[in-house]
Ligand binder design. Structure first.
Ligand code: LLP
Length: 424
């Protein structure tokens, strides 16, 4: 066992021996999570935010596993959802609707109706068209919709282009120039209760200065709206705070809390943040077995049994997840490997890792910091079944998502029949 490998660059407080035995019991690949690390992250965040009185709604998209939602919900955390499916998950996990915020740029009429009927805390509306649709649906249901406007503050989050959301021209949020008009419109629609403003500028943000600018824009808006006679009781400050994948530094939540206090702390608004990655990202690892090694030109490859369908972030964003060695038969150090998966795509490459022991078939390695946007972004491409997810804690393990079987997937495609297309 090589404990140093796993300790490096991760908060997963699991020893290699333990993971190795879980791997023998469960089979690889699998995701393993530390419930303690998730709980610690939540406590650290809520403690840091308590001086500014901000509540936390976890962005379910980062990892919607029911056991994770239950764990966070029991700690008092609310949820930020972006689909009917995420709402179903949050409710199933026991999260009261009164602690759910519904975000997202393309909510369907059915999803809006369901959210209103369940009585969610807030719907973050992202366009004038959505505003009017929510109002119409609320009217038809005889309900009042608690609406916050998600504004596009036109701030560059200085993160990867694929996860930047707060620049003018991005698809997210209401343009600053439309905000006052929509507050005005809301005053004329009894079925809308305008509860405030929301902002989310992007994800994996490591330099916090864009937050200062975005929250500054929000504060100015609040003052303007109030001058025009509108109440702005709530502010949703979004998520996006980054974590260290490897050796780079990462901001602390205390710094974020200080920026919140400075910019929007004195406005008397009820504040909420919606982080996903920060709460669960460091608490997970994808454990995988080395199947083969081979020479490819100058490089030695290690082919592992996890692929881009299990963990797509490297292929999609060029992300690099630190690699921990769980079990290596030959040992040694200083070896360099290109680590690749079995999927039939050239982009199924996790990265080039130096400083590994000599790898051989049967060795176990783990992609670290894989608690967020990892299992939740997995697919079954190449007819590869979704892998199990396992909690590991104090020498015990609990399978919190069992391995999917190809039979289960194929059942959806069986007994199909032709039907007449009815006209009218
Ligand atoms: N609130 C809203 C409205 C969001 O769109 C998101 C993330 C969050 C909160 C949570 O952001 P976080 O705190 O987790 O950064 N798949 C990408 C990340 C996409 C994030 C999308 N929105 C990745 O793997 O890096």
């Amino acid at each position: 066992a090589n404990d140093a490998g796993l300790a490096k660059n991760t908060q997963i407080e699991l020893d290699s021996n333990c993971i190795s035995m879980v791997a023998d019991a469960v089979g690889t690949p699998f995701y393993c999570y530390s419930p303690e690390v998730i709980a610690q992250a939540y406590e650290e965040l809520s403690t840091a935010l308590s001086p500014v009185g901000a509540s936390v709604c976890y962005a379910v998209k980062a990892n919607g596993n029911l056991s994770i939602l239950q764990l966070l919900s029991r700690l008092g955390c609310g949820m930020d959802i972006v689909s009917g499916g995420e709402m179903e998950r949050a409710l199933e996990a026991g999260v009261p609707a009164s602690r759910i915020i519904f975000s997202g740029v393309g909510k369907s009429p059915r999803e809006i109706a369901r959210a209103l009927t369940e009585g969610v805390h807030q719907i973050n509306v992202e366009s004038p068209a959505e505003f009017h649709l929510v109002a119409d649906i609320a009217a038809s249901l005889g309900l009042r919709a608690p609406v916050a406007l998600r504004v596009n503050p036109d701030v560059d989050a200085q993160t990867h282009a694929k996860i930047s959301t707060g620049k003018k021209g991005d698809k997210f949020g209401v343009a600053l120039g439309d905000v006052a008009g929509l507050f005005e419109a809301a005053a004329g629609r009894a079925e809308i209760e305008m509860v405030g403003l929301a902002v989310h500028i992007g994800s994996q943000i490591l330099d916090l200065s864009p937050y200062r600018r975005a929250y500054g824009v929000l504060a100015d808006l609040v003052r303007d709206l109030r001058t025009q006679g509108h109440a702005v009781p709530r502010l949703d400050l979004g998520g996006g705070i980054g974590i260290a994948y490897g050796d780079q530094g990462a901001p602390s939540v205390a710094e974020l809390a200080a920026i919140i206090a400075e910019t929007v702390g004195g406005l008397g608004c009820a504040l909420t943040v919606e982080p996903g990655r920060w709460l669960v990202g460091r608490a997970g690892a994808l454990v995988t077995t080395v199947l083969y090694t081979k020479e490819a030109g100058e490089r030695t490859l290690a082919i592992v049994d996890a692929g881009m369908n299990d963990l797509v972030r490297p292929a999609l964003y060029g992300a690099v997840h630190p690699l921990g060695v769980v079990r290596s038969a030959r040992g040694g150090e200083g070896q360099s490997y290109g680590v690749v998966g079995p999927v039939c795509e050239s982009s199924d490459i996790f990265g080039v890792y130096d400083d590994l022991p000599q790898l051989a078939a049967g060795d176990l390695v783990a992609f670290l910091c894989a608690g967020a946007y990892s299992a939740s972004m997995a697919s079954t491409y190449n007819a590869r079944d979704l892998v199990p997810e396992v909690f590991v804690s104090n020498g015990r393990f609990r399978i919190v998502r069992r391995r999917q079987t190809t039979r289960e997937l194929m059942a959806l495609e069986k007994d199909t029949v032709w039907q007449d297309v009815e006209s009218g």
